[in-house]
Design a binder for this molecule. Structure first.
Ligand SMILES: [Zn+2]
Length: 216
């Protein structure tokens, strides 16, 4: 459903963002922060538009949004997914170009919220079963801007984009290279980006197994 009722006038973008966040199961408090809508208006909006939508849960989530950065270090899978999401956040300019000069608390806004949702939609289309919710995406964005516990970097072995734990002393490697290093096995990484551009008609139908490409 697309919100298009003229009664919302100039607030239409605000409500469209709220609608996207509702569909992503964001908490009321989170929607308030990013859209500037009051709790009353969000609840009214929710009752008017979300009720009966199969893709939306029966009521908005309550409580506090996640704040634990350790979530992203729980598994190699999550580390990889978070790096992919961070790449989309950067590509869609949800992540400010000069993070050091931005106050993380000033991030929520309508334009940035729209860019964040666009990045998250792309990410979710690539990783539909991810554990990273839209609120974890917001946490990732804020922590990357803060730059205290994590930052974006490159794998020291294969150069793919990775999320670097700034408090860890381990080598900055992607999950694949770290796994191979621990196992003591050679890993013939081939960067797709470093290869000459192929004519689409020449693209092999069955890519060689074991090659790691990169998105960003
Ligand atoms: Zn690597």
């Amino acid at each position: 459903m697309r919100v298009s009722d003229a009664r919302y006038g100039r607030d239409i973008r605000r409500y469209e963002l709220a609608w996207k966040l509702v569909r992503f199961d964001a908490r009321t408090r989170t929607i308030k922060r990013w859209t500037g809508l009051s709790g009353y208006r969000i609840r009214t909006f929710y009752r008017a538009y979300a009720a009966g939508e199969p893709a939306v849960s029966g009521s908005p989530l309550r409580g506090v949004a996640p704040t634990q950065v350790q979530f992203f270090w729980k598994s190699a899978q999550l580390k990889c997914e978070a790096a992919v999401l961070a790449g989309f956040l950067r590509t869609f300019h949800a992540l400010p170009a000069s993070s050091g000069e931005v106050d993380p608390d000033s991030l929520p806004s309508i334009p940035r919220g729209e860019r964040l949702c666009r990045a998250y939609e792309e990410f979710q289309s690539l990783v539909p079963d991810t554990e990273i919710t839209i609120e974890y995406a917001m946490l990732l964005l804020a922590e990357l801007v803060r730059g205290v516990q994590m930052e974006l970097g490159r794998c020291s072995t294969c150069q793919v984009l990775i999320l670097v734990d700034r408090l860890a002393i381990a080598a900055t490697q992607c999950a694949y290279c770290a796994h191979e290093a621990r196992a003591g096995l050679p890993y013939p990484v081939t960067l797709v980006a470093a290869q000459p551009t192929l004519n689409p008609e020449e693209e092999p139908e069955d890519p060689t197994p074991g090659k790691q490409g990169r998105l960003f």
